[in-house]
Design a protein around this ligand. Structure first.
Ligand code: GDP
Length: 300
């Protein structure tokens, strides 16, 4: 069993759990389609993505092209892939963009700091010189937590403490990266939810300030969302995208959640690339999102 499948199956997982019973049975049971539909909805795939998928399945069944559980599996797999493949686009960092400036946004608790630590380790491992910028200056704990990840991964962190101006921290980090020949700046940003208007304004200001260094910066704006929050993850993605213009998503905590369908809802609603998925708390538990591997892991 692949690690991905093992992780997705860890909890009371959605499509994965027992779905093979539909596909290994001798005959297609009349309620198989209804059961799949219920599972999709329970997994927070959302009405839109669920209807889209079910229409494909029903069309094939009604046209007489699906007679066995194995054929149903093949049709489901193709439909899931058709939905997910377009959003599975890896994050590319062309060498001529230096430093590559990557913003990481997300509301508190979604796994933003952990994701930054995992990204720092990944890119350092690829031989890049990485600098972290502590732009979440609103919470004292945020800077501290990031420092812990910086120490753990051996990546330097530029910080000015709690209450500092986030735009100035990130501006300084980019300046320092330019002067010291860094390849990549990963900038943390505030994640407080209760003053969301201010948060969006602050993010826009950080963007403007960084564009003084490079008019094309930031080169990537990633939003981290937590799969276990289901529909809220989709709402956050829509709101942040409207406010600051995202270029990619990271979906965390897909290990063992029953809400993994959120990826399908996101694929239907937003054509934003999913760059990475989080499958645990350890440093190597962040994988580039690979639609085929994901679908295989889901339906076995
Ligand atoms: P932040 O407030 O958004 O910076 O969130 P943190 O990075 O502090 O993460 C919040 C909690 O979620 C921590 O306990 C992390 O270890 C945990 N976490 C982060 N990513 C994942 C993941 O992919 N899977 C699981 N199971 N836990 C995660």
């Amino acid at each position: 069993m692949s690690k991905l499948r093992a992780r997705l199956n860890k909890g009371d997982s959605w499509l994965t759990r027992d779905i093979s019973t539909f596909f290994t049975a001798d005959k297609l049971t009349p309620d198989a389609l209804d059961e799949i539909e219920t599972r999709l909805l329970l997994a927070d795939a959302g009405v839109d993505a669920t209807e889209w998928l079910m229409e494909r399945l029903r069309n094939e069944v009604n046209a007489g092209r699906v007679k066995s559980p194995q054929q149903l599996r093949a049709v489901l797999k193709a439909a899931l892939l058709e939905l997910l493949a377009p959003i599975a686009q890896p994050l590319k960092m062309p060498a001529f963009i230096k430093p590559f400036i990557l913003f990481v946004a997300g509301v508190n608790g979604v796994g933003k700091t952990t994701t930054i630590g995992k990204l720092a380790a990944r890119y350092k491992g690829e031989g890049k010189r990485v600098l972290l910028a502590a732009g979440d200056t609103f919470r004292a704990a945020a800077v501290q937590q990031l420092q812990t990840w910086a120490d753990r991964t051996g990546v330097p962190l530029l910080e000015q403490g709690e209450g500092a101006d986030a735009a100035s921290v990130i501006y300084d980090a980019v300046q320092s990266a330019k002067a010291r020949d860094f390849d990549l700046v990963i900038a943390d940003t505030a994640g407080r939810l209760h003053t969301q208007g201010h948060l969006m304004e602050e993010l826009r200001k950080i963007k403007r300030v960084v564009q003084k260094h490079d008019p094309y910066a930031p080169h990537e704006v990633l939003l981290v969302v937590d799969a276990t929050t289901g529909g809220n993850a989709l709402i956050q993605a829509v709101q942040f995208h409207e406010a600051i213009g995202l270029t990619g998503l990271v979906i965390t905590k897909l290990d063992g959640t029953a809400k993994g369908g959120i990826l399908l809802a996101i694929a239907r609603r937003l054509s934003l690339p999913v760059r990475f998925i989080g499958l645990g708390e350890a440093v190597d538990d962040l994988q580039p999102f690979d639609a085929e591997a994901y679908v295989d892991a889901l339906i076995g």
